[in-house]
Design a protein around this ligand. Structure first.
Ligand code: HEM
Length: 503
């Protein structure tokens, strides 16, 4: 979903930076045009929020994304600003317009609101320094790369990376929010970036570290002042340079060896992308492909482990599923699981209990603002709101996912809400938006479902699992979901899995 990293840490350092910058800002900034109250021709722009500070805007957004958006937009859409960014928060009633509008750009919306990936070559004052869309071509390339036939070609590699990691977990207690992201990152690199890099776990882990670094350097200051070359922005440039070096070396080595492999990097080279463009594409896509999956998969395994009845049901369902394709239980699991085709994993209804449980984990845990940028060059209408060119429009998934008028006891993990009898998601339009909706559905849904089912299957077949805290004490429940994150995030309190081999 996201095209940029961000655990926005709203710590004292960020605040100090802001305080230091205020006099400077007072001189150079005016409240952005287009959202000020009382500007005659802007009558249809949603009313300006009262939750704001002079000049700098709604800093409250950073300390609690849901608290701010819910309070600001509970009576309908409102305008706000964040330094020079013009923003509109849409409320529950405007979600049809939010998901249905084809002309706005989600990638640039995220890039700005999550501190983005500064463009290495273009005028970054224009788009906060980002061209993650590669002039609108990014999605076209990603769609081609995760096409079924390309994934199918890579199935043996994907299976072997997944099994080799999950089948040989050295520790008996793991932090799933560290172990799973490593393997998910490697699988995503295999499909979207380069087989050479994917084949080298050390290179993959080094790139993953770069991503964590970018994440840490995404602060309110980098969002508010993308042009400001402060320590975080400089750090982000240096990390992106590291990423670029890895891509450049991989390309150079391939060219020196005269190789023309059938892999994503070759595809991108053949499309005429330069090493810088491939770097931008890879950073954007790896964030998009990894950010949600790297949290959803471990959270899903934890949700199952804290619900032993479902864990047993799911284990039984998966064992039956594997036996359909490879009945001989004396064969190694790796061999048996490899006989399952990509299509069989993702066919709707193939694993109904697993599907229902995953949907519930996604409903519960995709609790973030979604963003669009009006970069159409003109003012547009979204629902009742007039959206000026250059405005960011945000909608929070908790308006639907955690609305008790739509989902009974919305903060409780309860897969039965999706059964035909209850069908809570079917009674209200756009109630479940955990894979996106309308004109912006998740491009990676099938691949993400495959990854999640494969990794979860390996976990529950190979291990008995128990959720424990950092001291090894069993946890009956997962910590409550924090609705105030900028992106889908691991629980604040550390959660571990204690494993014992079942074979
Ligand atoms: C469990 C894993 C995942 C979840 C829960 C998820 C969820 C979502 C959601 C909610 C959106 C809509 C965002 C919005 O409306 O602003 C979205 C969009 C998107 N997702 Fe995913 N996603 C996952 C995995 C992936 C993967 C693996 C890829 C690619 C490899 C991917 C690529 C994309 C892209 C490119 C979009 C943007 C579509 C657009 O704006 O038109 N996602 N995803």
């Amino acid at each position: 979903m996201t095209f940029a990293p961000s655990t926005i840490d709203n710590d004292g350092v960020a605040l100090l930076w802001l305080l230091a910058l205020l006099p400077f800002l007072a001189i150079i900034f005016l409240r952005p045009r287009g959202v000020a109250p009382g500007d005659g021709p802007l009558a249809h722009v949603p009313p300006y929020t009262s939750i704001t500070y002079p000049l700098i805007g709604s800093l409250q957004y950073f300390s609690g994304h849901w608290d701010f958006l819910r309070a600001a937009a509970q009576k309908g859409s409102v305008s706000f600003h964040l330094a020079n960014h013009k923003c509109i928060a849409l409320g529950l009633d405007s979600r049809q317009a939010f998901f249905g509008e084809p002309n706005v750009c989600s990638a640039l919306g995220y890039a700005i609101m999550l501190a983005g990936t500064p463009n290495l070559s273009k005028d970054f004052m224009k788009t906060a320094g980002i061209d993650v869309t590669l002039g609108g071509r990014s999605y076209k390339f990603l769609t081609a790369l995760i096409r079924k036939d390309r994934v199918i070609n890579n199935m043996p590699t994907l299976y072997s990376y997944a099994y080799d990691r999950m089948g040989h977990l050295a520790a008996t207690t793991i932090n799933p929010f560290e172990t799973f992201p490593e393997i998910i990152f490697r699988l995503t690199v295999t499909i979207t970036t380069s087989l050479d890099i994917a084949a080298n776990p050390a290179a993959c882990n080094a790139l993953l570290k770069v991503f964590h670094g970018l994440d840490m350097a995404a602060t309110p200051v980098t969002v508010l002042f993308p042009w400001f070359l402060g320590p975080d922005r400089i750090r982000r440039f240096s990390l992106m340079k590291q990423f670029y070096n890895t891509i450049r070396e991989t390309i150079d080595e391939r060219k020196a060896q005269g190789r023309n492999d059938d892999d994503p990097m070759q595809f991108l080279l053949d499309e005429g992308l330069s090493p810088i463009e491939i770097t931008q594409f890879a950073i954007a896509v790896l964030f998009t492909g990894n950010a949600n999956t790297a949290v959803i998969v471990p959270a899903f395994v934890c949700d199952l482990a804290t619900h032993p009845t479902y864990l047993s049901l799911v284990r039984e369902e998966i064992e039956t599923f594997i036996a359909r394709f490879s009945p001989d239980t004396s064969l190694p699991l790796k061999t048996r699981i490899q006989s399952i085709a990509y299509d069989d994993w993702i066919r709707p209804g193939a694993l109904p209990i697993l599907e229902r449980c995953l949907k519930e984990t996604i409903r519960l845990r995709v609790a973030t603002p979604l963003h669009r940028l009006n970069d159409t060059g003109a003012d547009i209408q979204m629902g009742g709101a007039l959206v000026r060119q250059g405005t960011i429009v945000s909608f929070h998934t908790s308006f639907v996912h955690h609305d008790e008028n739509i989902f009974t006891a919305p903060l409780v993990w309860d897969p039965e809400r999706f059964t035909e009898e209850r069908a809570e998601d079917k009674k209200t339009p756009l109630a479940f938006v955990g894979w996106g909706a309308g004109r912006h559905p998740c491009i990676g849904q099938k691949f993400a479902t495959f990854e999640t089912f494969l990794l979860t299957s390996l976990m529950v077949i190979l291990y008995d699992i128990e959720v424990v805290d950092q001291y090894g004490q069993p946890l009956g429940d997962m910590p409550p979901v924090d609705l105030n994150n900028a992106v889908v995030s691991p629980p604040i309190t550390p959660v571990h899995l204690r494993l014992s081999s079942r074979r």
